[in-house]
Design a protein around this ligand. Structure first.
Ligand code: NOJ
Length: 563
């Protein structure tokens, strides 16, 4: 066995205009409020993102996906959109968005924007118009208004509960001051659901797509992509002993994953296809795995997040299943699968893996939960290296390349997640803490004023970009090298099949991709490197853990090149 010493060149960008670039792209999720703050108000912004594009280029990603930066009262961190075609002043202006897209393109980076079609903000002018117009009006028909049940309409139209806890209906006061109709909101009260039975809603979103396509967006990440079409007649759901909608294992609430939603993608696909440059959409659809092929393909969406991989627990069987099944399903419809381990809605994977594999996670990380930080990071690095060796598109969440942990000790009064306020759970703020760029600067270089909308923990200092830059073995350098090698070796492409290796020591997952063999040691002991199958003379391309001659370090991944 030999070890490669050559450093990764600084950049590894896609060829300009590479066709169907999204099939094997590495996409970096930017959460604008927490990435980089140019104006010093403590909230990240678009000029901040633009200023950091060279960092993304050097990291070696192909595209960035921007979480919403549109006009919004920010009751759900921008996933409550009041104007889909304007930029919230907190984040900048339309010309800042244009500038960002143009600079990204100059540097060979594609730009994916978020589109939120299930609901708007209650401050959207069309919702305000719906409130002002009476029951039965065309304005009300843009949203899902219904009369209440009970003698005086005092009960909600059905028993649906919100994803953010509490009822999914809110009763309004009519213009004349009387208690009135109810409107549906699968999320917060401030996020009324659009009525996708209404052709005017379809027209509105076709325009929104074209607006951003005309401005140069290379694609869309579709929020709650399985949610827009509700079951006919809005029937009651079965509820469990806690009065919550019953969701049997492996299924979804009654208001998600209804077949009508597929027609929306069939309507949108030709719009995207009519533009040059392989514009794409990726769906945020938390659906049962077997439903995936319905959503993606040549006439529907290009790809959908494969959340099964994110949910798979540490272990050979769990991870293997989470790789094999989605590949098989996506291959059946000639679509690429995707891989993702972290995003702005889940506990960061450097923390998740610090818990025992059977640990039951809640919504966010509670202060009384104590993962093993070192173990978590070790396994997170190993899982990331495994992910980056697989064919398809890989989605990274800002800060995972630094090994950032979830932050547990945010004071409740600073938490902004509506799920925290409505449900009393810790919520998702812990994965949204602003990024540390410089170890010794105020706000760790996130903001020139030292302000930060959420406090950053001391543990972020040693993980700052400048503390890891050029440091062999740092998580940042591991990601840079892995992204470089992934491109050089064509690992994202589907033409080299994924072959699982048998006969490995217990606790080792092995995957062959052409000449590259990926070994994951899921045990807490060093294990001898297998020698069969040409591995004895293999060259170590990259390792997530300490490199030990003739061995794989505990909880670590190795990429080997065989002759
Ligand atoms: C999914 C988004 O990722 C999440 O942040 C948001 O709260 C919900 N959709 C509602 O838009």
């Amino acid at each position: 066995m030999t070890t490669t010493a050559s450093p990764a060149p600084a950049t590894a960008q896609p060829e300009a205009g590479a066709p169907e670039w999204w099939r094997d792209a590495v996409v970096y999720q930017v959460y604008p409020r927490s990435f980089a703050d140019a104006d010093g108000d403590g909230m990240g912004d678009l000029p901040g993102v633009t200023s950091r594009l060279p960092y993304l280029r050097e990291l070696g990603v192909d595209a960035l996906w921007l979480s919403p930066f549109y006009t919004s009262p920010q009751h759900d961190a921008g996933y409550d959109v009041a104007d889909y075609t304007d930029v919230d002043p907190r984040f900048g202006s339309r010309s800042d968005a244009d500038e960002l897209i143009a600079r990204a393109h100059e540097q060979g980076l594609k730009v994916i924007v978020d589109i939120v079609p299930n609901h708007s903000s209650s401050e959207h002018e069309l919702f305000q118009a719906a409130l002002a117009a009476g029951p039965g009006s065309p304005e009300r028909d843009m949203y899902i208004f219904r009369d209440g049940r009970g003698e005086h309409g005092e009960l909600p139209p059905n028993n649906w509960t919100s994803i953010f806890h509490g009822a999914a209906w809110t009763r309004i006061t009519e213009a004349d001051g009387t208690p009135g109709q109810w409107y549906l909101h699968i999320f917060d009260t401030t996020q009324p659901d659009w009525n996708w039975e209404n052709p005017a809603v379809h027209a509105l979103f076709r325009d929104v797509l074209r607006f951003w396509l005309d401005r140069g967006a290379d694609g869309f990440r579709v929020d709650v992509a399985h949610g827009m079409v509700k079951p006919e007649g809005l029937p009651d759901a079965t509820v469990n002993a806690h009065g919550l909608i019953d969701i049997p294992e492996g299924e979804v609430p009654i208001y998600f994953d209804n077949d009508g939603v597929l027609d929306i993608y069939r309507e949108w696909r030709p719009i995207l296809d009519a533009y040059e440059g392989d514009r794409m959409m990726v769906l945020e659809a938390w659906i049962p795995e077997h439903r995936l092929p319905l959503y993606i393909g040549r006439e529907e969406a290009h790809q959908s997040f494969n959340f099964g991989f994110l949910q798979a627990r540490w272990g050979v069987e769990t991870m293997r299943a989470a790789i094999e099944k989605p590949l098989e399903l996506a291959d059946a419809v000639d679509a690429p699968t995707t891989w993702v381990l972290s995003n702005h809605d889940v506990i960061r994977h450097a923390t998740r893996y610090g818990f025992a594999p059977d640990y039951a996670f809640g919504e966010g990380l509670g202060r009384d939960e104590h993962p093993e930080a070192e173990l978590g990071l070790q396994r997170a690095r190993a899982a990331s290296l495994l992910m980056l060796s697989l064919p398809g598109a890989a989605y990274l969440y800002q800060g995972e390349e630094l090994g950032l942990p979830e932050v547990a000790d945010i004071p409740d009064e600073l938490r902004e997640d509506p799920a925290h306020h409505r449900g009393g759970v810790p919520g998702r703020d812990g994965c949204r803490v602003p990024i540390p760029w410089q170890q010794d600067a105020p706000a760790y270089g996130f903001s020139p004023s030292g302000e930060s909308w959420l406090p950053q923990p001391e543990a972020f200092g040693p993980l700052a970009v400048d503390a890891q830059d050029g440091v062999p073995g740092s998580t940042l350098e591991m990601y840079r090298r892995a992204l470089y090698l992934r491109r050089e070796l064509g690992l994202g492409r589907h033409d080299a099949a994924v072959e699982f290796l048998d006969g490995l020591p217990e606790g080792v997952l092995g995957v062959r991709r052409g000449k590259v063999v990926v070994l994951v040691n899921t045990t807490e002991q060093s294990l001898p490197l297998p020698t069969a199958g040409g591995l004895a003379d293999a060259e170590v391309l990259i390792a997530s853990g300490a490199q030990e001659a003739g061995a794989i370090a505990p909880d670590a991944t190795l990429w080997l090149r065989t002759a």
